[in-house]
Design a protein around this ligand. Structure first.
Ligand code: AGP
Length: 606
């Protein structure tokens, strides 16, 4: 996914654009670029790598112009280099783009036949020349409408014009885009985070809409080029600042924030007066819901898998889960009494949004569990359950994972209560246990040295396994994903009971294996699986909960103990050491922890 910014102002814009691009880097950081308009010219500068390279390579401060666009790229078509970096420009049009143009090849052929010269390997450059071609015969709004109708695929666009140097055009289909209102200037941005440092008043474009932004006026149009009115939102103010503060990395800050964010989530949904859970204005009667399908990608999918165990524990509901990129192409037997829950930190993940769109087209009940309440998935679902974690900037998701699990746990408990399938006292007890969770997370965060020491072994190994059963299995998957995405070493999460059906062959002398074995109902079986891998030479990092009983096994390389709580809540605590293990592994390798290679914070392309 990429990041877009545009500013139309009564003063020079290059510094503000660069500052906004730095805030957008979590959306993509293969390359960056900026284009401003001044003295009848398009001033385009671009560079490979980070925005800081752009600043270093060019004299950005002297880049003139009170109107401009900027872009940070996560490559889809064309390798990351300065030629493929955005903006892309013709002699009179310059464009930044987030998305994929699916018919770019055929359009490019036609434009080349009409004499257009292409410099890059990107699909985006087709948009530049299409607009340039259409402007030869039509006025601006008609040229834009015509161009958008010729494009197939997804886009969020920012466009400036050499011959119309007082406006920016923005357009959206499938990739998020917002406008912001400032004093004597107005803005275009991929998301609210990019705009927050300049304004707290924004409007989101919906699919097939476009806008024309001047420094003192913004107009919106529908896909037929007809002017439309849209409301101005006040940005949600997050008490958690979106800066690093004293932390070395956003990820470190977001790991440490988890007691606060979990406490915020609990306070949002637990009604202390009535000792009950409040899921505000839930739009359906519980009797209308006979089954649930939870859908997400990556870490969000792991919280779906975790939730399946809880819904099955507390209710008699039929619970399905699916990876969004699989769900969207399945032949689903939609049933009206099903509830579809979409889990997404950013609320902009293309596959998850496409899965939501499929459910909406089939008139299904849809509920979003998101961190960004102004996001597309939130806006287009029937019902939203925010996770209230504040901005999560580190690409590797940490506090949002615990936030997603928390809200799904609370929802499962509430459904059990509404269906009278949880005994009243048990329900109250679980609510009380929940209130202790933030302090237990706080204490678990203190377990640090042993994890730091263990992390080198994972770095030096050619691969590792993360094993768990029952409630611990989704956490094993999440721990392996964290290690993979941060330290670039192979790690595989696996059901502990499945090792003997093949993967045990992978185990060799000195191979690091994380075993999640809290003293829950799966404990004894997981310990015997642990002994199977120890017997074959594995170096086992055992993660369990504190107990007066010794672990019934020897030759365990390291043991990490998390605080005690009821079995349902142990997954929250088991996650913490795994987040730290991945963090310290990457730290020792000197890798970019907040922006791991090849990744982006929210993948808004397929
Ligand atoms: C998490 O560490 C990953 N960066 C990634 O798997 C992420 O969870 C996934 O892309 C889904 O993103 P979303 O929650 O914003 O939809």
């Amino acid at each position: 996914m990429c990041g877009i910014i545009g500013i139309s102002s009564d003063k020079p814009v290059s510094a503000s654009i660069i500052n906004s691009l730095k805030k957008l880097e979590y959306r993509g950081y293969d390359s960056a670029g900026i284009a401003t308009l001044s003295d009848g010219n398009i001033n385009e500068v671009k560079s490979k790598g980070r925005v800081s390279n752009l600043e270093r390579n060019f004299d950005i401060k002297n880049l003139k112009g009170n109107i401009g666009i900027g872009h940070v790229r996560w490559a889809t078509h064309g390798i990351p280099n300065s030629v493929n970096a955005h903006p892309h420009s013709s002699h009179n049009v310059s464009v930044v783009h987030n998305g994929i143009i699916e018919n770019s090849t055929i359009l490019k052929k036609d434009l080349i036949n009409k004499g257009h010269n292409f410099k890059s390997q990107t699909d985006t450059e087709v948009i530049v020349h299409l607009i340039t071609e259409n402007l030869k015969t039509t006025e601006l709004e008609e040229a834009i409408t015509k161009t958008l109708n010729q494009l197939q695929g997804s886009f969020a666009l920012g466009v400036v014009f050499k011959d119309i140097p007082d406006l920016i055009v923005g357009a959206r289909r499938g990739s998020p885009l917002a406008v912001g209102y400032g004093p004597n200037e107005n803005y275009l941005g991929s998301d609210s985070y990019a705009l927050k440092s300049m304004t707290n008043k924004i409007t989101y474009l919906n699919d097939s809409e476009f806008c024309i932004i001047k420094k003192n006026q913004i107009n919106f149009f529908n896909d037929k080029g007809k002017k439309i009115n849209k409301k101005i939102l006040e940005l949600s103010s997050n008490e958690l600042s979106s800066e690093k503060g004293d932390f070395k990395h956003f990820m470190a800050k977001e790991i440490e924030e988890q007691p606060t964010t979990v406490k915020t989530g609990i306070n949002e949904y637990i009604d202390n007066v009535n000792k009950d859970i409040n899921i505000f204005n839930f739009p359906w009667k519980i009797e209308e819901i006979k089954s649930i399908t939870l859908i997400g990608c990556g870490t969000a999918y792991h919280s779906c898998l975790m939730a399946k165990y809880w819904f099955e524990e507390f209710t008699s509901l039929d619970v399905n889960i699916d990876i969004a990129s699989e769900f969207r192409y399945r032949k689903i037997r939609f049933k009206k009494e099903s509830l579809y829950i979409f889990v997404s930190q950013s609320g902009e993940t293309a596959d998850t949004y496409a899965a939501l769109d499929l459910c909406k087209k089939n008139k299904m009940k849809t509920c979003a569990v998101v961190n960004v309440i102004e996001s597309s998935i939130a806006r287009d679902s029937n019902f939203v359950l925010p996770i209230h974690c504040g901005p999560e900037i580190g690409v590797a998701s940490t506090k949002a994972f615990l936030g997603q699990m928390l809200i799904l746990y609370i929802l499962a408990l509430k459904f059990g209560s509404l269906k009278n399938e949880i005994e009243k006292n048990n329900y109250q007890e679980k609510i009380n246990d929940l209130k202790n969770l933030p302090s237990l997370i706080e204490k678990t965060l203190l377990v640090d040295n042993d994890i730091q020491n263990a992390s080198s072994t994972f770095n030096d190994a050619k691969g590792s396994m993360f094993l768990g059963r029952g409630f611990s299995y989704p956490i094993a998957l999440e721990g392996a994903l964290k290690l993979k995405e941060l330290s670039y070493v192979h790690a595989e999460g696996y059901p502990a009971g499945e090792m003997k059906h093949g993967p045990l062959a992978l185990i060799e002398e000195g191979m690091p294996v994380v075993v999640l074995a809290p003293r829950d109902s799966y404990y004894k079986k997981t310990i015997s699986n642990m002994q199977e891998v120890i017997a074959r030479g594995a170096k086992v990092l055992l993660i369990t909960n504190k107990s007066k009983d010794e672990v019934i096994s020897e030759n365990i390389w390291e043991t990490i103990e998390v605080e005690n709580t009821n079995d349902d809540l142990l997954p929250f605590l088991l996650t913490i050491p795994l987040q730290k293990l991945a963090y310290y592994s990457a730290l020792k390798k000197g890798y970019d922890i907040d922006k791991p290679r090849n990744l982006a914070k929210s993948v808004t392309v397929e």
